[in-house]
Design a protein. Structure first.
Length: 155
């Protein structure tokens, strides 16, 4: 709900800024093309600027219209978010996907929802004897050879 309100406010601010600055049709077109493609020179040409001066015009427009470009880009990307989340969720539930890819997808979802994953490295070798570590290593190697380690890491 908060993200929906945020999108609405951004769209409202974008429309207000567009009307306050009184942009030309070419500038509006440049913003639209650039926010979708990321190619400034081609966006300037598509917006109606001369191909001979498009590179310089694009440079100036990017500086002058940075806020409007940012808002238009956010608005354009906002529609792709549900599809991206669905794709990440499908990666997590797909049995054919490796555990490392699943972990990456999970971390990506958590990161985008504001949760930070903690990367903790702990030296447990000082807490166990050499014999205990060797026993655990042998156990893990046996599971790996039997194909059982992958099943344990998926749960």
């Amino acid at each position: 709900m908060i993200s929906l309100i945020y999108c609405f406010v951004c769209a409202l601010l974008y429309n207000v800024c567009m009307s306050v600055k009184s942009l030309t049709d070419k500038q509006k077109a440049f913003i639209d093309y650039f926010s979708q493609s990321g190619n400034a020179t081609q966006s300037a040409i598509k917006a109606g600027y001369s191909p001979a001066t498009a590179e310089q015009q694009a440079y100036e427009l990017k500086k002058k219209l940075a806020f409007e470009i940012d808002e238009a880009t956010r608005q354009a990307l906002g529609g792709a978010v549900p599809m991206a989340i669905e794709k990440l969720q499908s990666l997590i539930t797909d049995d054919k996907v490796s555990a490392s890819v699943k972990l990456g997808a999970i971390n990506s979802i958590l990161d985008r929802t504001g949760y930070q994953t903690v990367h903790k490295v702990e030296d447990v070798t000082k807490q166990r004897t050499d014999e205990e570590l060797q026993t655990e290593l042998n156990h893990l190697l046996q599971q790996l050879q039997a194909g059982g380690l992958e099943e344990e890491t998926q749960h």
